[in-house]
Design a protein around this ligand. Structure first.
Ligand code: ADP
Ligand code: ZN
Length: 735
């Protein structure tokens, strides 16, 4: 008896295995990459066929049959399934959940891939009728026959008929009964048609840009190039030239940008220079628009695909190049659920597809720099600013000598004054939204805290309230201390308070605040940015949202209110992050004809970090960070994985991780250090206690073997039911 084929199906459930099913009787066998509907427990679930097999560990008479096939043709091809498998293996995450992360929402929900259009056409019988005869008794019917007779043989879509002849639906039934007309459905795969416009000529490339272009070969298959160059050094122009060549050869380009980097400016620049409207994939689009772009990428009708993190999974018909802009940006790492790095997956994918990949940044990640010195990536520098712009002047203001009033020191106030007077625009940067980060009792020093987190409440003005930035809890502003009845007062500065004090200092200037509070409403961000770019606002106040990707032609001064948060960070990535952030912010200043100025307020001007940054720039900081990491055997000199657990009871989270530790030790990997369990730096968040176990190894394979052995054991352990837990491979934050 020949074995009936078994379908191995990935299902969106937190279990690291595939589920075996028999095909539905009497219908064609769904291929790998097709979605199917399957019975799962007592429910039905949407799954994806990953492979076919001839045997199952489950005995044949216990196997259930799939209920239905959703896709007649695979939605994912072999290479897409490869990426999903790779992601699942590398991040030790259930395959079904990876499939769910990789698919657009509508496909995840089981909606058809292709949109179905209903059309109405004339039949032979209908065509044989005499219009003039019918017109006497039923003028509407004659009109419809006339309309259909004169159009293409595949008929007219309903939506078009609604416009051409609004009353047609009322006579439809009569005419169908007479067999004069017929309805049929057509599916369209290529509804995504990018808009083509004339491409503009770019500037003549400078010598460094030309060298970069020559170094990046588009025909030699896989290779990683790290393009390092400060803001305005002409990286985008280099991407554009590469893209032009790839597009001209009929291949597709995938561009990944950080969440905040997907600015209208960047999109319109690509459009203008390449003459193609990019297919966009990011979270603020509607599901159907996203699906259309995804489908265009999949069938090849979208030559240029531009998206944030999850766009790395977009299927491509004919890929020729991948670009990751601002490769160091932390938003490429998903921090919940499937904790993947889109940059790292993009590299793995490029390798599998055998296409070149370009990573660009003014401040490359320490990992990527290390790969360059290992010879794994090629390092290309664009050392100067393109065009005529000169790099900004940076200086420190010592807050001990110049105590700030309302957050702003006198030297910074003076500089703002001078810049505004000469017609420049000023950006004041503070990475704290809200009015004040703390509400403190002036009598006993008691601080208003979140009831569900180990965190202080932030004071917000406008509609006054206290807000927890970690769990979102809010309550009215308290005026009296619950401990001693003393007066509460706001302490410290957030962007709202800064805006207020700038208003007092510069009452006749227009001030625009840009942070996630001021731009919550749809489109307010784009409007605020557009007006900032035009120069309508003389002073911009903002959080890191303002530090990336935007080009303000008239900006001459950047002020950094509080640089000290990063100097004493607990995370081994603090100084890397801090210098990246400062250099990004500084890059906003003086991009065109005028030299920019950057003023940084600090209470610790003697900290060695400043000397490194000012004497040697990011290169210098990066080199010293690399030395520190090597000495301490932190990444990239070792590999990390973090197992996190959270529970309503502290002991449950601890217990689970202790068991994880025992199991890891029993799995016996001598080359992996196990640290913990310890409480997370912020232990209580949203009412749950968080703890973590860190695994570290110089040997990536050893670490992965251990994680692989551990995952199924933890999934089936009974203590897992009382906790939320996750594995984070290559964590970028240790909490
Ligand atoms: P980056 O992406 O590194 O920030 P861009 O490619 O955006 O740099 O270039 C910065 C500015 O300089 C842009 O306005 C761009 O049009 C201009 N530019 C780029 N290359 C040149 C060049 N070779 N000559 C003149 N201007 C250039
Ligand atoms: Zn909270």
């Amino acid at each position: 008896m020949s074995a009936s084929p078994i379908l191995q199906v990935a299902i969106n459930a937190p279990l690291s295995r595939l589920f075996d099913y028999l095909p539905a009787a009497g219908s064609p066998l769904p291929e790998p990459g097709c979605r199917v509907l399957v019975p799962f427990g007592r429910q039905r679930q949407i799954g994806m066929v990953i492979s076919q097999a001839t045997e199952s560990a489950v005995s044949l008479n216990k196997l259930r049959r799939i209920s239905a096939t959703i896709d007649p043709e695979p939605v994912l091809r072999e290479q897409d399934i490869w990426l999903i498998r790779f992601t699942s293996d590398y991040y030790h995450h259930p395959l079904g959940e990876v499939v769910a992360a990789a698919l657009p929402a509508l496909l995840r929900q089981g909606k058809p891939l292709n949109s179905v259009t209903q059309r109405l056409a004339i039949t032979g019988e209908g065509a044989a009728q005499s219009l003039s005869v019918i017109a006497r008794r039923a003028p509407k019917q004659a009109e419809l026959l006339n309309l259909l007779g004169g159009s293409a043989s595949d008929g007219v879509p309903f939506s078009e008929l609604d416009e051409l002849m609004p009353g047609w639906r009322r006579i439809r039934k009569t005419m169908l009964d007479k067999s004069w007309i017929r309805i049929f459905e057509s599916t369209s795969e290529t509804e995504y048609e990018p808009q083509l416009t004339a491409a503009s000529d770019g500037p003549i490339l400078n010598a460094d840009q030309n060298k970069a272009l020559q170094a990046i070969s588009l025909d030699a298959g896989f290779g990683v190039s790290l393009l390092e160059g400060g803001t305005g050094s002409g990286k985008t122009e280099v991407y554009v030239r590469l893209m032009k060549d790839v597009l001209a050869s009929g291949r597709q380009v995938l561009v990944l940008v950080p969440e905040i980097g997907l600015t209208p400016q960047f999109v319109s620049r690509l459009k203008e220079r390449l003459g193609i409207e990019p297919a966009l994939l990011h979270s603020s689009l509607t599901d159907s628009v996203r699906l259309a772009a995804w489908r265009g990428a999949r069938c090849g009708s979208a030559p240029l695909v531009l998206g944030t993190r999850s766009a790395v999974f977009t299927p491509l018909r004919n890929p020729g190049l991948i670009v990751v802009d601002e490769e160091h940006d932390t938003s490429f790492k998903q921090q919940e659920g499937l904790r993947y790095s889109a940059r790292d997956l993009a590299i793995a994918r490029a390798k599998h597809l055998d296409v070149p990949i370009v990573l660009g940044s003014a401040t490359p990640s320490i990992e990527s720099l290390q790969h360059c010195s290992d010879g794994m990536y090629q390092h290309i520098s664009l050392p100067t600013r393109a065009g005529n712009a000169v790099p900004p002047l940076m200086r420190l203001v010592d807050l001990n000598q110049h105590p700030p009033q309302d957050g702003i020191s006198q030297p910074l106030l003076d500089a703002i004054e001078v810049n505004l007077r000469s017609g420049g625009q000023v950006l004041i940067f503070l990475n704290r939204r809200g009015f004040a980060p703390t509400l403190i009792c002036s009598n006993c020093g008691h601080v208003a805290e979140c009831r569900r987190c180990d965190a202080r409440m932030t004071v917000h003005s406008g509609e006054p309230k206290l807000l927890c930035h970690h769990c979102g809890a809010s309550r009215p502003v308290e005026s009296q201390c619950p401990e001693c009845d003393g007066q509460f007062r706001p302490l410290g500065h957030g962007t709202e308070r800064l805006e207020e004090s700038l208003n007092q200092h510069f009452p006749d200037k227009t001030i625009t605040r840009i942070d996630s509070d001021s731009t919550r409403l749809k489109d307010t961000m784009n409007k605020a940015l557009a007006s900032a770019t035009r120069g309508d606002a003389q002073i911009l106040v903002g959080t890191q949202m303002l530090s990336k990707g935007h080009h303000f032609p008239n900006l001459t001064l950047v002020g950094v209110i509080n640089a000290d948060q990063g100097l004493f960070g607990t995370d081994f990535r603090s100084s890397e992050r801090m210098s990246q952030g400062l250099i990004q912010v500084a890059g906003r200043s003086g991009r065109e004809q005028r030299q920019g100025e950057v003023i940084i307020q600090t209470g610790f001007p003697k900290h060695p970090f400043w000397n490194e940054l000012f004497s040697g720039g990011y290169d210098h900081v990066a080199r010293s960070v690399l030395r520190e990491r090597e000495a301490a055997a932190w990444p990239p000199f070792s590999r990390l994985a973090l197992i996190r657990a959270a529970a309503h009871k502290r002991s449950d989270a601890r217990r689970f991780l202790e068991i994880a530790r025992e199991k890891a030790e029993a799995a016996g990997s001598s080359n992996v250090r196990i640290l913990g369990p310890v409480s997370a730096p912020m232990e209580r968040r949203a009412g749950r206690y968080h703890a973590q176990l860190l695994l570290q190894s110089p040997d990536r394979q050893a670490l992965h073997r251990l994680l692989q052995a551990l995952r199924p054991q933890l999934e089936s352990d009974t203590t897992a039911r009382r906790v939320r837990w996750s594995m984070d491979v290559d964590p970028i934050e240790l909490f």
